[in-house]
Design a protein around this ligand. Structure first.
Ligand code: GLC
Length: 749
């Protein structure tokens, strides 16, 4: 017995020694540092300031900037956002590291949303590519450029699911579906964070906004979100959980909105029970800009001290631009109102991420003025942006094969957006130079297309900014005559209409989703002059295109495509690239249908019926104009031989896809299921698999999917995951309206 004990003791001591000698983990280092910190220094780590140079929210003015630097020097600031450029970051990092008692490095953040110096398509456009590899590459390049400018953290990806195109921030997300949204969230986080967070060309990512910000009532930004727990668990939460489980996202940002009456920043159930508890999230939570102090306006915090109390108690670890932790957290702890352990937990999380980034090994590892110049806006990055943009374009309609444009055709190119070199950069364009995008007109010129340009009508008057509204041109039609004349004398018309980049994004909700200003009138006048009209829509969201669908033979959704938008769009319109995009969001027929989405419930009164007593409008169809997953190609694809094999613990589904046209093309093969009978009502369809395949003319391929508990189960109202036996339908095709179907019986005995 003694021998066994002795051997055990020896083994234990050797393993402890090994442990002590082994490289301490980031968490262990953070713990050791935490023990040395004063309460004031701890509070400092939980305070984030914006650089006075650039603000993305309602920030104070005056000599706040000087005061901020004093706090940096005394270690009272753990992080800053909006500090741009290696030289500037070095200066501020120097203040913190060289002057504060413990020399704790700061972490520098920025909104790297769709590219950094090289603008990529807006996230909703990238989602339309359904190309996870390209989406990951886009984020990887954005991370390289941001890191080259000294940044170590982005407030992206936004993973908010939304079913409401009135909400301006749909441009920033991945659309209406939790399955596609989860896959894209993982791709973007992996792109930003890479394999090694301490690599000076990778940055920490943020899954935001937790939670349900995309369900703002009436699509009005910052409005209340009131939704049931089944929608929360099965639609809103999955992309956040995927970003944590499958990509180890290091930070989560909470949200401005109340969720069922509780401001997200004060929601202990969200941040502690679900995020840090059930999901075991070990990164840290950053508040949204001022979201802590905004709880006073919400009528939940009595004052700034109360805001600090509620936010810390609820698990909001770092305070962005409220200054309430700086001003009140120490007093709250010393008065015994907040347990210092809560502060320690928050600080431990922040320090752990800083260690993981390698900032303690070298606070200047992301700062290299030489590399900054060599890594920004390179040809390689622009080439990737072009490739991403081509794949993001969705061909909505192409009657009579008006597209692609044919060699030698004369084209009338019409619309202010056709010559716009700024809007393609998108709403949250980071450090992309204003007006530096390739316009469609420049794309046509480069491609040698024979075209005449006429503006027709300006979209806006005056000069909008990130924080100021666009003034819409509501009455200047002086360019109509020239546009009509150009249309009359051309073989075809390409008219580009839609939104300025600053008419979608944060703070840009719209109640009317038609073309802003006089653009619809211009469209009708030009179409009347030449019915061979191709409508190109540049927008940050689904617009109402019903008149166009009824009258215009060809329609292309071109979003805001980034720096190379003009070349990408030209390649699609000429057929140099065969469009392959599929809609990540439903396009309504009218605003009155919103919210309208494919994965809806059947209700107790589905239709149609020959009496009025069923779920429908008496003045509008129930159907969307274009459904989720819709997108055409210059070729066609045939689906056949659907096979379903029930293997007990998983179900194998396969289908034969053939290119029946005469050009090569890519198709996003989509798999949907329907759980016919369950303990809660289940959607009539749910996306549970997709694969993008490229097929030559006549080529056929069998595409296979596997359905496991992960795809077949769902969450109950209390977040319990359920996989229930019974009949399931499967649907496979090129959109959510796929009609090739089969059924299987799931048994779970
Ligand atoms: C903004 C946005 C958030 C962004 C933050 C910092 O108001 O809501 O998404 O990351 O402030 O710019």
């Amino acid at each position: 017995m003694k021998a066994i004990l002795a051997a055990g003791t020896a083994l234990l001591s050797s393993s402890l020694l090994a442990g002590a000698l082994a490289q301490d983990t980031a968490a262990e280092k953070a713990e050791a540092l935490l023990q040395q910190m004063t309460l004031e220094e701890k509070v400092g780590q939980l305070t984030q300031y914006s650089e006075a140079w650039d603000v993305t929210g309602p920030a104070p003015t005056g000599d706040v900037a000087r005061e901020k630097f004093e706090h940096v020097e005394t270690g009272m600031v753990g992080s800053m956002l909006n500090v741009i450029g290696a030289e500037r970051v070095r200066k501020i990092q120097d203040y913190a590291v060289e002057n504060s008692r413990l020399g704790i490095p700061m972490i520098f953040a920025y909104d790297v949303i769709h590219g950094h110096k090289t603008a990529f398509p807006i996230p909703l456009a990238e989602a339309a590519s359904w190309d996870l590899e390209m989406i990951e590459l886009s984020a990887r390049i954005a991370a390289r450029e941001a890191a080259a400018q000294g940044l170590n953290w982005t407030f992206a990806p936004m993973v908010d699911i939304s079913r409401d195109p009135r909400w301006g921030r749909v441009m920033e997300g991945a659309g209406e579906d939790p399955y596609l949204g989860s896959k894209i969230a993982v791709a973007r986080v992996r792109g930003f964070q890479g394999e090694d967070l301490s690599d000076p060309l990778t940055i920490a990512a943020t899954a935001k906004h937790f939670a349900a910000y995309g369900f703002a009532e009436a699509g009005k930004d910052y409005n209340a979100a009131d939704i049931g727990t089944v929608t929360l668990w099965n639609v809103v939460f999955p992309p956040f959980k995927a970003a944590i489980d499958d990509a180890n996202v290091r930070t989560v940002m909470n949200a401005f909105n109340t969720l069922n009456g509780i401001p997200a920043t004060a929601d202990e159930w969200l941040q502690r029970d679900v995020l840090k508890g059930k999901w075991d999230f070990d990164g840290f939570v950053i508040s949204d800009w001022g979201s802590a102090v905004e709880m006073i306006d919400h009528g939940v915090a009595a004052d700034r001290e109360d805001a600090a109390f509620l936010a810390m108690k609820a698990g909001s670890d770092m305070d962005m631009e409220s200054y309430v932790y700086r001003d009140h957290l120490k007093d709250l702890v010393e008065a015994g109102k907040i347990d210092e352990e809560l502060v320690d937990d928050a600080v431990r999380r922040v320090l752990t991420v800083k260690y993981e980034l390698g900032l303690f090994d070298d606070p200047y590892r992301y700062i290299d003025e030489g590399r900054e110049a060599s890594l920004l806006f390179t040809d390689e990055h622009r080439e990737a942006s072009l490739k991403m943009a081509e794949r993001s374009v969705v061909l909505l309609k192409n009657e009579g094969s008006l597209l692609p444009l044919k060699e030698g055709e004369s084209i009338a190119l019409i619309g202010a957006l056709a010559a716009d070199k700024d809007s393609p950069l998108g709403n949250w364009r980071g450090q992309a130079e204003k007006g530096s995008a390739v316009s469609l007109m420049e794309g046509f010129e480069a491609a040698g297309i024979d075209f005449t340009y006429a503006e027709g009508a300006a979209v806006e008057t005056g000069d909008a900014g990130f924080a100021t509204e666009v003034e819409v041109n509501l009455d200047d039609r002086s360019g109509f005559a020239e546009a009509v004349e150009a249309a009359q004398s051309a073989d075809k018309v390409v008219i580009v209409l839609g939104e300025d980049a600053l008419q979608s994004g944060e703070g840009r909700s719209r109640a009317d989703l038609g073309f802003p200003g006089v653009q619809q009138e211009l469209l009708e006048a030009v179409h009347a002059a030449n019915p061979n009209t191709i409508l190109v829509v540049m927008s940050g969201r689904p617009l109402i295109l019903t008149w166009a669908d009824e009258n215009v033979p060809a329609i292309v959704q071109a979003w805001h495509l980034g720096h190379e938008g003009g070349h990408a769009l030209t390649n699609v319109l000429t057929g140099a690239y065969n469009p392959s995009g599929k809609l990540p969001m439903t396009f309504p027929r009218s605003v009155g249908q919103i919210p309208i989405y494919y994965n809806h419930l059947n209700t107790g009164r589905p239709g149609p019926r020959d009496v009025v007593f069923w779920q429908h409008y008496i003045d509008e169809s129930n159907d969307p104009l274009y459904p989720f997953g819709h997108g055409l190609s210059y070729t066609e694809f045939d689906y056949s031989r659907l096979r379903v094999r029930n293997r007990g613990d998983q179900v194998e589904v396969s289908v034969r896809v053939r290119n029946t046209g005469d050009v090569e093309g890519e198709e996003v093969v989509q798999l949907y299921i329907r759980d016919r009978v369950a303990s809660i009502a289940r959607p009539v369809r749910e996306l549970k698999g997709f694969e993008k395949v490229s097929l030559k003319p006549g080529e056929a391929r069998r595409v296979s999917f596997t359905l496991t508990d992960e795809e077949l189960g769902f969450y109950g109202p209390r977040g319990d995951y359920r996989v229930e036996p019974g009949a399931f339908d499967v649907f496979v095709g090129g959109s959510s309206e796929a009609d090739l179907t089969a059924t299987f019986e799931l048994s779970r005995d």
